[in-house]
Design a protein around this ligand. Sequence first.
Ligand SMILES: Nc1nc2c(ncn2[C@@H]2O[C@H](COP(=O)(O)OP(=O)(O)OP(=O)(O)O)[C@@H](O)[C@H]2O)c(=O)[nH]1
Ligand SMILES: [Mg+2]
Length: 329
Amino acid sequence: MSAGPALQLVERMLEGDRVALARLMTLVENRAPELPEVMARIHRRMGAAQVIGITGPPGAGKSTLTDRITARLRAAGKRVGIVAVDPSSPFSGGAVLGDRIRMQAHFLDPGVFIRSLSARGNVGGLARATRDVARLLAAFGKDTVIVETVGVGQNEFDVMRLADTVVVVLVPEAGDTIQAMKAGLLEIADVFVVNKADRDGAARMQTELEQMLQLRPAAGWQVPVLQTVAPDGKGIAELVDAIGQHRRYLERSGEGAARAAAARHQEFVGALRDELGRRLEGAMRNGAIRDVLERLDRGEIDPYAALRQVLADRRLFDAVLAEPRRSGS
Ligand SMILES: Nc1nc2c(ncn2[C@@H]2O[C@H](COP(=O)(O)OP(=O)(O)OP(=O)(O)O)[C@@H](O)[C@H]2O)c(=O)[nH]1
Ligand SMILES: [Mg+2]
């Protein structure tokens, strides 16, 4: 697809076409070459959606919480987008079966759009794809975008970086608090939730977390620790309230704007690096620096001499940076 049809999809999406939205999400997942044009167009149309990240260990109750938070937001007339991110699963597109069951009520609601994303063997690209999908949802007119990621690791951290408000969900199991600390969740949490508070140990864990949070320098936002029983809806009102308070804190303190600026900067650098890498690969495929490579392979020059040669020769350097010719059709 060239940029023209992709931009037509954008227009249809902006008019409220859910099929066009889904197709744009697929372009994002496939890192289609027309994406920069699409995202530039989207940028000008983005609303002020709050992006809520929900992360925590497998089975902690993230999807059930997402479902209940969504119900409350819908009751308040908010439009909601949900992105379920699974860094370990090869499945994607639409929604995975379990989430379909847990979020059943919302699948038929035109005010809610649900999408699953997986790593597809490219974890590095997952955080970026998630961010772009969240943006599409914001441009589509969602007031809130909830991003759920399973697990506790670097991939989830990368994914969570895009969120305005990060909710870390734990369960009252012995040792979970310590695990959370080791995994660095204390640093990324804006709100802690001890879900499955119908089990033993929830109050103790809440206290442990609060004590650990007190060891941090007391400036700015005080991270609340809440208890929930997601299937019963217990504690959900307080959770939604805490998320709203965090949003107001971000606005009031200017921290939201600072985070957004840092994110834009990082994104630009990442996009530039990717683009340069893509062009270099294209140049190698097209034989633009074949002579240098052949001499290198024959051992006539060493890798650094090859580098100097490319940098010193304006024509070669331009060829490396040129937009790659598209192969095939
Ligand atoms: N007893 C109890 N069970 C819960 C609670 N919250 C969720 N569950 C159950 O825990 C199981 C996992 O819930 P999910 O919402 O799928 O958890 P998740 O964190 O999204 O799971 P993954 O996405 O697979 O990591 C389901 O069977 C839920 O019904 C709770 O507060 N108490
Ligand atoms: Mg889930």
